[in-house]
Design a protein around this ligand. Structure first.
Ligand code: ZN
Length: 386
């Protein structure tokens, strides 16, 4: 241990032993003062709130509650919350020093929230967005089934309505008390995000605040098309000590900070809290004009270009004339061809040029037809798929 880190430890120890003014506030007795977690300066809460909970002494970004963050990010009067009544249950009947149900009740009474995330829609500088904000004060912002479900529902709603999603992460990871059910949420949210980002071609921005760790980092926090972070935020998967012990190596001092991650290419931008709203609104405005990420709505039920799988399905379908739909389909197809080409056309007397044209018209795309074989004016299906 170097002298500097020893001094740092002593300073932290002193801070730990000092009376904690912020505790009074959490008791509900409305304390007036709090202390900066970083430099130890005593701060007047009213002024601190006006400064968006950024320390006057050192510029450290203190934790912000989800409600404060929504007030700050969303235009006044436009916030529409989702699923406020969805509340957690205790499927494993988990108990450590305290039963899980009791912990939940405490947290709910203290924060006024049902679980560790608030989701909803609103306007951000006049731009409609779907916003999810995690709350670290509710059981360390841990991701249980309610957090997962609410975020998934938010993303699915945004996908249907063609809205960009912004998720503000602050979490200690998965919720231990819900075991595998909380780990499941990582896959669930990631799957919903895949549809949002890659099928509906919509924008997702994740904003990482201190701390973003564990299962949240391992899933949606790092999946953003753009990943923003607050200065000096702690972002990582496993704890520093665990990694040091596993690797048997001394890690750099700034390890797992936003600055370190930005330097190593894991983040796109570090934005101070006072500029966050502006940065988000400018990014969203920029993406309005972007060729990708503007499509909105899943192309559900629409006919896309013929994929290999669909070609194979079609091939098998045509190869089985016993299929009751077969005759009906052929009749319908012939009618369609007649309408398109302007003369009576049967499927047997069709040239591939005509068929290609008809397909293009019907699908509204260029379609590959090399899976069809034209022999002596007769169309058959190629036996082996190329
Ligand atoms: Zn400070």
């Amino acid at each position: 241990m170097s002298i500097l880190s020893w001094l740092e430890n002593q300073r932290k120890l002193k801070l730990l032993n000092a009376p904690n003014y912020s505790q009074q506030e959490s008791d509900g007795s409305q304390g007036l003062w709090t202390r900066c977690d970083h430099c130890g300066v005593i701060l007047y809460i009213k002024h601190l709130k006006e400064n968006q909970r950024v320390c006057f002494g050192c510029g450290y970004h203190l934790q912000m509650s989800s409600t404060e963050r929504i007030d700050y990010l969303i235009d006044t009067g436009t916030w529409r919350p989702f699923d406020e009544t969805v509340s957690p249950c205790d499927p494993l009947e988990f108990k450590d020093q305290k039963p899980y149900t009791e912990r939940l009740k405490d947290a709910q009474e203290r924060t006024g929230l049902q679980d560790a995330v608030q989701t909803g829609t609103g306007l951000l500088d006049g731009i409609p967005v779907a916003l999810g904000v995690m709350d670290f004060t509710f059981m360390g912002g841990s991701m249980g089934s309610v957090v997962g479900e609410k975020i998934t529902r938010l993303i699915e709603y945004a996908t249907q309505e063609g809205l960009p999603v912004i998720l503000v992460c602050a979490s200690g990871g998965a919720r231990m008390q819900e075991g595998i059910l909380s780990l499941m949420q990582m896959a669930k949210i990631s799957a919903a995000l895949h549809v949002h980002q890659n099928c509906a071609k919509l924008l997702y921005i994740s904003v990482l605040t201190s701390p973003t760790t564990g299962g949240v980092t391992a899933s949606f926090a790092m999946l953003g098309d753009l990943i923003f972070a607050e200065p000096k935020a702690l972002i990582g998967f496993a704890g520093r000590r665990v990694i040091e012990q596993t690797l048997q190596e001394q890690l750099p001092d700034d390890f797992q900070t936003a600055e370190y991650l930005l330097h190593h290419g894991l983040l796109d931008l570090i934005v101070p809290r006072s500029f966050l709203k502006q940065a988000l609104s400018e990014t969203l405005t920029l993406y309005k004009e972007a060729p990708l990420k503007v499509q909105g709505q899943i192309p559900y039920g629409q006919r896309g270009p013929l994929t290999k799988i669909r070609e194979e399905q079609l091939r098998r379908f045509i190869q089985s004339p016993k299929n009751p739909n077969y005759k009906h389909l052929v009749t319908e197809f012939e009618e369609l061809l007649t309408a398109l080409t302007g003369e009576k056309t049967s499927i047997d007397s069709l040239t591939s040029d005509n068929l290609q044209k008809a397909f293009d018209l019907a699908c509204n795309t260029q379609t590959r037809l090399d899976w069809l074989q034209v022999n002596e004016n007769k169309i058959s299906i190629r036996p082996v798929f190329k």
